[in-house]
Design a protein around this ligand. Structure first.
Ligand code: ADE
Length: 226
């Protein structure tokens, strides 16, 4: 998969993709993340990419011209499956959206700043608008990093244990069950005996019950989603 990110501060998230699972995905050739500086398409030699909003009011708006030039140039080369704008008024990101995006070949993320981007860019170029939660960040970069991480680890072959993403929280609308590692007894706090039984059917049943219990306790809303 190829992911492109258009931003005025690409440095903010550059290092996110060079560690851990994201690095492994890149090393295996399964995920390439490329950051593009929007100022490369600025309207003047001062790097101008934003302007005052019509109608007045505080805050700058990112201009059509640099964004459209950048999107058209990059899209001509990479032919994006989705052009995604990160915005607090977008569709709330969840595991289902991550699953869907992980099946795509080529994505472009547009990171907004200031008051956001000119509506005409949204109307004519953006195919999907995503929010990572009901709060306002100072730009879309961290939201893009969150989404790329969640999507990247779902690409087949990225995780060592191919099945492990299936047991993540939120797959099947269930939170993940508790996990334990050595020692079996720490300060008298013991690991549930079923996990030491070697009976895989019983362990699977226990995990399923615990996942259900945890979801009922912490996120009952998930059990009512389709
Ligand atoms: N940009 C600013 N706030 C955001 C949010 N909550 N989600 C996605 N992009 C954003």
């Amino acid at each position: 998969m190829n992911i492109h990110i258009l931003s005025v501060i690409p440095e903010l998230i550059e290092s996110t993709f060079s560690h851990s699972i994201m690095k492994r995905a890149a090393d295996k050739g399964l995920l390439q993340v490329k950051l593009h500086h929007l100022r490369n398409w600025a309207v003047n030699e001062y790097g101008m990419v934003d302007d005052y909003q019509f109608g007045g009011g505080a805050g700058m708006v990112m201009m059509c011209e640099p964004l459209v030039k950048a999107i058209e140039e990059l899209n001509a080369i990479h032919s994006f499956d989705e052009i995604i704008y990160l915005t607090p008024d977008g569709e709330r990101f969840n595991q289902g959206i991550a699953n869907g995006l992980s099946l795509k070949k080529s994505l472009l993320f547009i990171c907004g700043h200031y008051k956001g981007i000119d509506q005409r860019v949204r109307d004519h170029f953006i195919t999907k608008e995503i929010s990572i939660g009901d709060y306002v960040l100072s730009g879309g970069e961290l939201a893009a990093a969150v989404i790329v991480d969640a999507v990247g680890r779902l690409i087949p072959g990225v995780l060592n244990d191919e099945t492990s993403a299936l047991f993540d929280s939120f797959q099947d609308n269930l939170l993940a069950p508790p996990v334990y590692t050595r020692p079996e007894d720490f300060r008298g706090w013991k690991v549930p005996p079923v996990l030491m039984s070697g009976d895989h059917r019983k362990i699977a049943e226990w995990r399923n019950e615990e996942a259900l219990k945890r979801t009922q306790e912490k996120r009952p809303d998930l059990l009512n989603e389709d």
